[in-house]
Design a protein around this ligand. Structure first.
Ligand code: IMP
Length: 168
């Protein structure tokens, strides 16, 4: 496996941006007690840091999706919270094609959520296949594969503090 290449986003830049996102979300979700529904695994560092920076009262939950034998996306581990009537903020590490999030937004709506919005650390719009409103974007990046700060290649390099470009 190759080593990660140049740094695209440094730890400090990531932290500052997350702080700003938290301020924005605090304002928008004051008195709404949102649930930060975190898509595992890649988003767990981002969700933890965002949650710690937020002042607005909120809960955190997680879900995992996987492809079944026919190639269809399925929720593998559903959230433990009841989402009915809740304001759900979906926390994602990176949106590429948007297919994963499109599926999850639909799933969350079917659970009876009062509102569903998307917060992603990274947006790679060049690869987008489905049109998807994203309310909060940390950084819009060029069409490169990235690792670090939760993002992996074959489950490795999630623990890097900075986000690096990775060339297979
Ligand atoms: P989408 O369904 O194409 O939007 O894919 C989103 C998911 O693919 C993310 O949640 C990541 O798990 C993974 N992914 C997409 N691009 C990258 C990348 O550059 N590095 C690491 N994982 C990625």
């Amino acid at each position: 496996m190759n080593e990660p290449k140049d740094i695209l986003l440094e730890k400090q830049v990531i932290e500052e941006r997350i702080d700003a996102l938290a301020r924005q979300i605090d304002q928008d979700y004051k008195d709404k007690n949102p649930v930060l529904l975190t898509l595992l695994k890649g988003s767990f560092y981002f969700a933890a840091d965002l949650s710690k920076q937020m002042q607005a009262t909120h809960s955190i939950d997680f879900l995992t999706v996987a492809h079944d034998s026919t190639g269809m996306l399925k929720v593998r581990y559903p959230p433990t919270s009841n989402l009915k009537g809740r304001h759900v903020l979906l926390i994602e590490d990176i949106v590429d094609s948007g297919l994963t999030l499109h599926y999850i937004v639909d799933y969350v709506k079917k659970q009876g959520a009062k509102s569903v919005t998307v917060c992603t650390l990274l947006d790679n719009p060049v690869r987008r296949l489905v049109n998807l409103p994203i309310s909060y974007i940390g950084f819009t990046i060029p069409d490169v594969y990235v690792v670090g700060y939760g993002l992996d290649v074959n489950e490795y390099y999630r623990n890097l503090s900075d986000i690096h470009i990775y060339e297979p």
